[in-house]
Design a protein around this ligand. Structure first.
Ligand code: ADP
Ligand code: ZN
Ligand code: ZN
Length: 656
């Protein structure tokens, strides 16, 4: 006897289990995975979805109830997306409801249309022919995705090597086959300049899922995709679930980006999930980057992925920029206390003379613009979190963890001294000093404060691209998204700050940031120069980034990961325990550690911690961390499910 497993009340997210129902013979041909059905439930009659079948049930046959009918009014769920949700539930440890809600579009009405800046359509002859290197990559990928068991393709191409043209070539071939494609781009790079290239090539059969769209507009795009009215969807990680009828290709651009990792449940990683979705759909998948994640490059070295390389810049005559490292300790010793090294200051002056543009990139990870009392040393902290408050425009102090905000006090709340001051946010400080040193330069600043309004990010970048300013100052944000042909100098301030973030991926992130930032210089045939200012010139992440030598970085970093059994050399799981009671959190964390030590003794998992988290309190919750390492990811998942089921404090578990 075959029963249907039905999940009910998806929208409420409370009931997270399936119920088995008898399939009446007259419905046998109409019930599939994904069918919307009506079923008896207690004394009511409710809506549900079939998500699988079973021949074993707990109840005796006479207690089992029948599916009433197939619900004609609802859309059937894509079979593939349900299978994907099941895989996400197992892989990332969330409830089936959470997984389903992530993969299924939420039905919303369009209330107001988002006004988009004009996307001017360029005529098609503007499409450059692929150069030989690009052609080889495109043909190689095309062959791979048509193999019987295609592997994921890694397109490793230096900055400016023209990966986008390769994507477009592949997409047009997929469309010619009558199939559809998904292109994932990090939200921050979803600028009109980038999207315009696709719209001009593929016309109005392109759907763009940027964050400025309302929920209704997003739903409308997904419906068009389902009905076959679109060939291509471009968007951030959630665009991965576009319900195309015949998906042929998924491309993940800048696959190393951390924004592809969801930070709410299900904590899925979009590149990995893209590979699974492609496999279920029988589609190809391309991961592209100038600085591939350690995971992806190792997979390519192990031949689990096929790798294709672009070694040269695409624009004829454009070369990788020259990079100089300046040692800021040396500068200080020679009496230079400015934020710019002598070399960088001199070069800024020269470029301004020549009417060329400059980008100053502040590596802000780990940097806090905190406020302190010069008399007693008190630092202004958030009353709910273990972090210092950050100074913002309008003389307000803001907690970046919980959003708590308070006016900047006039005097020190502890000793009453009036000498209480901040150092501004990093970018504001750099802006002030730059204007002082180069009073005639037109300076633009881009950070959270200047870009919090809709479209302002876009407007600032467009204005700089048009040459309305000489110097653009910003954080990670300015690294992505636009081509600035007139930029011939990139200054990277405080290159090493991100090395000290307490995370085993900090060297990798630093290398990525520096390489991407350096890659902004000299894009259009002019020679570019990059100056990296650092206090640790000998660190391999900085040294290899200055040579734009990914392979050298990868080798060094892999040694470290192997030594420490960090991913991708090993598997690791992080358990974060949170509780308003400090003791309770610590006790529960210790319990988990001893339980794992006792019950999994034979498998020898490595347990690190528990210990207080780097930020020990957020929103009045005390935080304890515990890491478990083991070579077998399956074992970690078993431990995860076990820990998930325990009674006790709130916890977040993530396989890293
Ligand atoms: P990437 O994404 O690899 O950093 P892009 O795709 O943004 O590089 O391309 C960099 C620049 O090279 C763009 O201005 C693009 O128009 C140009 N370009 C790409 N391919 C070609 C080509 N075959 N011939 C001429 N220019 C090209
Ligand atoms: Zn004080
Ligand atoms: Zn706070």
């Amino acid at each position: 006897m075959r029963y249907a497993n039905v999940i009910v009340n998806i929208s409420q997210g409370r009931v997270d289990r399936t119920f088995s129902y008898i399939i009446p013979p007259e419905l046998e041909n109409f019930i599939h995975v994904g069918s919307p059905v009506r079923v008896p439930f207690g004394r009511r009659e409710i809506h549900g979805y079939v998500i699988g079948f079973t021949d074993q049930v707990d109840l005796p046959q006479e207690k089992m109830r029948e599916i009433l009918c197939v619900d004609e009014k609802s859309v059937p769920l894509e079979d593939q997306l349900i299978r994907l949700a099941l895989w996400m539930k197992e892989t990332y440890g969330c409830t089936m409801n959470q997984a389903l809600k992530t993969v299924l579009p939420t039905r919303r009405k369009v209330k107001k249309r988002t006004q988009d800046p004009e996307i001017s359509l360029l005529p098609d002859h503007e499409v450059p022919a692929l150069n030989p290197e690009q052609q080889r990559a495109a043909d190689g990928i095309w062959a791979e995705i048509h193999r019987k068991e295609p592997r994921p393709c890694l397109l490793y191409g230096i900055t400016g090597s023209g990966k986008t043209e390769v994507y477009m070539d592949l997409i047009s071939r997929i469309i010619a086959e009558g199939k559809q494609a998904i292109l994932l781009i990090p939200e921050i790079s979803l600028t009109f300049q980038n999207v315009r290239r696709f719209c001009s090539r593929f016309g109005d059969r392109v759907g763009v899922m940027h964050s400025r769209l309302s929920a209704g507009e997003k739903y409308e795009n997904l419906e068009k995709a389902r009905k076959g009215e679109l060939d291509l969807i471009i968007g951030p990680r959630s665009a991965l679930f576009a319900p195309f009828p015949d998906l042929g290709l998924i491309i993940v651009d800048e696959e190393h980006e951390s924004s592809y990792h969801s930070d709410t449940s299900p904590r899925y990683k979009a590149p990995e999930t893209a590979i699974k979705r492609a496999q279920l759909a029988g589609a190809g998948v391309v991961l592209g980057s100038a600085t591939p994640s350690m995971e992806s490059f190792l997979a390519a070295m192990d031949r689990r992925y096929a790798i294709f390389t672009l070694r040269h810049r695409a624009v004829p005559g454009s070369e990788l920029p020259d990079v100089t490292i300046t040692d800021m300790r040396e500068e200080l010793r020679s009496g230079n206390k400015h934020i710019f090294s002598r070399l960088l200051a001199q070069e800024i002056g020269e470029r301004l003379e020549n009417g060329e543009q400059i980008m100053l990139f502040l590596n802000r990870r780990g940097y806090s613009g905190f406020i302190s009392c010069r008399s007693c040393g008190t630092v202004m902290k958030c009353p709910h979190c273990d972090v210092s408050l950050t100074f913002h425009v309008g003389r307000r102090l803001v907690c970046h963890y919980c959003g708590y905000t308070t006016p900047m006090p006039e005097t020190c709340p502890v000793c009453g001294s009036p000498y209480i001051a901040g150092f501004g946010t990093g970018t504001q400080k750099v802006e002030g000093l730059t204007k002082k040193m180069f009073p005639r330069a037109r300076v633009l600043r881009m950070d959270m404060d200047t870009t919090s309004r809709k479209n302002s990010h876009e407007k600032l970048l467009a204005s700089f691209a048009k040459g309305e300013a000489d110097i653009l100052i910003g954080t990670q944000m300015i690294v992505k998204g636009h081509d600035f042909p007139r930029v011939t100098l990139v200054g990277i301030l405080a290159a090493d700050l991100s090395l000290y973030v307490n995370d085993f991926r900090s060297a990798e992130r630093t290398f990525q940031l520096l390489t991407q930032a350096a890659g902004r210089a000299g894009r259009a045939g002019k020679s570019g120069h990059v100056v990296i200012q650092t206090y640790t010139p000998d660190h391999y992440a900085i040294e290899t980034a200055s040579r734009q030598d990914y392979i050298a970085f990868y080798k060094q970093e892999m040694l470290y990961r192997e030594l420490m059994h960090y991913p991708p050399a090993g598997n690791m799981m992080r358990i974060l325990i949170q509780d308003p009671d400090e003791q309770a959190a610590a006790a529960f964390a210790a319990n988990i550690a001893s339980l794992v030590r006792r019950d999994y003794k034979m498998e020898h998992p490595v347990i690190v911690g528990p210990a207080e988290a780097g930020i020990s309190r957020v929103q009045d919750q005390f935080r304890q961390l515990l890491f478990i390492k083991h070579e077998d990811p399956e074992l970690l998942r078993r431990i995860r499910d076990r820990v998930e089921a325990l009674e006790g404090c709130a916890r977040q578990i993530e396989v890293l």
